[in-house]
Design a binder for this molecule. Structure first.
Ligand SMILES: C[S@@+](CC[C@H](N)C(=O)[O-])C[C@H]1O[C@@H](n2cnc3c(N)ncnc32)[C@H](O)[C@@H]1O
Length: 236
């Protein structure tokens, strides 16, 4: 079997698998006016760390979706172990089963780069209520790369594209978002805060190939640390 980077994340059960982790998520949510009337969609919830945090801290309706069954299993295990009254559901962001104008806030943390981006953005816009907000944490290309390196990165991670922030901006506009605020990722992570410690729920018997994927990820992260950046996109 040939494993992918997503298989690695799911097998290790990496929680908060986006830059900035839970600390960034908390910061993002603290700047939004979330109350019991706001319905949130966590689009691509992974193992459910963000969804759990929302359910524990905000008295609002919450829907968590993902299309990876192992992620969903681990998210639902996490919710049960915390006695949270939520369930992660199977859904593909590119073809959501929700009615138009269902959500006030869509959070998508390190997910869109793995999708057919224009299709996913149209779907997220469709399910947002008028005046609703999409907040996406996404990878950006800070500098042009030789084609061979660009291809090696996209193939390793399974990205469909690797966009500059202005290309993201264009695609967001094409999807109908009018106000797009792009926040650079210069967020200082407090490594001493235990809440920011990595969160894992590993499967039994992890194949050696998956450990090689972790090594390769660490190698690429180091090699391209000035070329692969991240942004928070706030779009309405
Ligand atoms: C890098 S992980 C991030 C997970 C989570 N948001 C977090 O920050 O921990 C990307 C997630 O997006 C999910 N995903 C990718 N494409 C998707 C799609 N088309 N529909 C739903 N989920 C998708 C993957 O299954 C995976 O759980």
């Amino acid at each position: 079997m040939i494993y992918t980077y997503m298989d690695f994340l799911a097998s290790f059960g990496v929680g908060g698998a986006h830059p900035g982790g839970l600390q960034l998520t908390k910061h993002i949510l603290s700047t939004e006016n979330v109350d019991a009337t706001k319905h949130i969609l966590d689009a691509g919830c992974g193992t459910g760390q963000t969804a759990s945090f929302i359910a524990e801290n905000y008295a609002c309706p919450l829907t968590a979706i993902d299309k990876n069954n192992l992620m969903l299993e681990k998210a639902n295990k996490r919710f049960s172990s915390l006695s949270l009254p939520i369930r992660a559901e199977y859904a593909d962001i590119e073809q959501l089963q929700f009615d138009d104008e269902s959500f006030d806030l869509v959070l998508s943390e390190s997910v869109l780069a793995f999708t057919t981006i224009p299709v996913a953005l149209n779907e997220l816009k469709r399910v947002l209520k008028p005046g609703g907000t999409l907040i996406a944490v996404e990878i950006v290309l800070e500098q042009q790369l030789p084609e061979s390196e660009w291809r090696a990165i996209t193939e390793f991670y399974g990205f469909t594209q690797l966009l500059t922030d202005s290309s993201w901006d264009n695609l967001l506009k094409q999807a109908g978002f009018r106000q797009i605020i792009i926040e650079p990722f210069n967020y200082e992570i407090d490594k001493d805060n235990v809440e920011n410690a990595p969160d894992f729920s590993p499967s039994d018997n992890i194949d050696d190939q998956l450990i090689k994927i972790l090594d390769n990820h660490q190698h690429l992260s180091k090699k391209y640390k000035n070329i692969l950046g991240f942004r928070v996109f706030r779009c309405s």
